[in-house]
Design a protein around this ligand. Structure first.
Ligand code: FES
Length: 122
């Protein structure tokens, strides 16, 4: 049986917007906070954390758990990528070690993995 996993969501991230994409209104919630709120609305448990030190790749989350590889993911758009992120969360949760086969990872995940960190036990 797979060990428990946890998801950490940076709540202070700003989405790296492509040229021509409108900036958010002043005072609007940070994109990372919106991503966290959207996950909560979908019933996805996670930890909220200010800054995972990958700010130029926002929005950033990390998948982790005992005996699992940790993955740091970036470039997640809370409006565009929520379904793909949830698919990856479920795929990660189903593995015993956090290693989701490449072809099972949504494209946004495949293209925007910032780091993968081996389990402490390795
Ligand atoms: S603000 Fe999200 S990683 Fe720094």
């Amino acid at each position: 049986m797979a060990e428990a996993m946890s998801l950490v969501v940076c709540t202070t991230c700003r989405l790296v917007r492509p040229e021509g994409m409108a900036a958010p209104d002043a005072g609007a919630p940070r994109d990372g906070a919106r991503l966290s709120d959207a996950l909560t609305a979908e019933g996805i448990a996670h930890h909220r954390q200010e800054c995972l030190s990958a700010c130029t790749r926002g929005c950033v989350v990390a998948f982790r758990g005992p005996g699992r590889w940790t993955y740091v993911q970036g470039a997640l758009d809370p409006d565009r990528d929520l379904a793909d992120l949830i698919a990856m969360i479920r795929a990660y949760a189903e593995t015993p070690d956090g290693l989701v086969p490449w072809r099972q990872r949504p494209e946004i995940i495949r293209k925007n993995t910032i780091a993968r960190i081996p389990p402490l036990e390795v």
